[in-house]
Design a protein around this ligand. Structure first.
Ligand code: NAP
Length: 283
């Protein structure tokens, strides 16, 4: 699988595995564990979770899924609630995430979205978590360009490794300002909802004739084209969530799907980016 370099030189597979809503239903548990393991065994070793997901249930399921694997081969990402991202709570929050995941460190810890804790305090705590070995690196999520500028203005704010934001064919607002800003500052974007939550975030997206034709031409599904579109620059990570091994396999295959410049141009025309900067889309 294609790799993307973090600022600190770490190379990571461009497609990982999301886990929102995973671990919340006993009836889906076996399939979700099988799906995560299929991914791990086929290069999708980056797993994204959060203390928010099922209030810890997702981290617990990930912990069970990864138990048989060598820890150093995995790249575990979790996120702290904004109201836990200050000195009073972040160390305990991180400790609880580590316990649920059954690990002694996170590879990446993200501030889930901006809250009222000053950025300087969160950054200072993140750096302390790095020093005491609980996390290897940190980043942010749902930060727009002005948030990133403010972050880079605080001490060690430029040590942020990732901005995880919503990005899919039907939501291209980040291409105007945020993506160029991140590129200029060597900070990769990690796309959440790269499939637009199975197409439900943008009405009619998966029925679009241009998208359907390109999928047919490659003998793949529209979801695989959606993923290939998000990955087209080679500098954006994607973390699709899949509850079955068959869906993970399709997403793994999509990581190798190359769209031609003409196909990309027709998709861009069918789903134009906004003409003027808009606020970040969030779910
Ligand atoms: N930082 C944040 O604020 C934030 C917000 C949202 C999400 N996230 C992260 O990003 C991850 C991805 O976003 P998401 O889960 O919201 O949406 P998504 O990955 O865009 O879409 C997930 C949906 O697509 C379906 N799907 C997956 N692979 C498929 C395939 N190959 N063919 C057809 N359908 C497929 C899944 O169905 P099945 O489950 O049936 O496979 C699920 O219904 C999350 O799980 C989470 O880790 C972060």
């Amino acid at each position: 699988m294609k790799q993307i370099l973090l600022k600190d030189g770490t190379a990571l597979p461009c497609v990982g595995q999301g886990t929102w809503f995973v671990g919340e239903h006993d009836s889906k548990r076996a399939s979700e564990i099988e799906a995560l393991r299929w991914g791990i065994e086929h290069d999708m070793t980056l797993i994204d979770t959060a203390e928010m997901y099922g209030e810890g249930a997702s981290e617990e399921l990930v912990g069970e899924a990864i138990a048989p694997y060598e820890r150093e081969k995995l790249f575990l990402v979790s996120k702290v609630y904004p109201w836990n991202a200050g000195r009073a709570h972040i160390f305990d929050s991180c400790e609880q995430s580590l316990k649920r995941l059954g690990t002694s460190y996170l590879d990446l810890y993200l501030l889930h979205w901006r809250g009222s804790v000053p950025l300087a305090e969160t950054v200072s705590c993140m750096e302390e978590l790095v020093r005491n070995g609980m996390i290897r690196r940190w980043g942010v999520s749902n930060f727009d360009t002005d948030d990133m500028e403010e972050l880079y203005g605080v001490k060690h704010g430029d040590r942020c490794q990732i901005d995880q934001v919503l990005y899919h064919l039907g939501s291209r607002g980040t291409e105007l300002e945020l993506q160029p800003w991140l590129k200029e500052h060597d900070t990769p974007l990690m796309a959440y909802c790269p499939l637009g939550q199975g197409g439900t975030l943008r009405s009619g997206m998966t029925k679009n004739p241009v998208l359907k034709q390109i999928a047919e031409d490659h003998q793949v599904s529209v979801f695989q084209v959606l993923l290939a579109f998000v990955l087209r620059s080679g500098t954006v990570f994607a973390i699709p969530k899949a509850g079955t091994a068959a869906h993970v396999q399709a997403n793994r295959e999509a990581a190798d799907l190359v769209l031609s410049p003409q196909e990309i141009a027709s998709l861009e025309q069918a789903f134009p980016a906004p003409k003027h900067p808009v606020g970040l889309d969030m779910v």
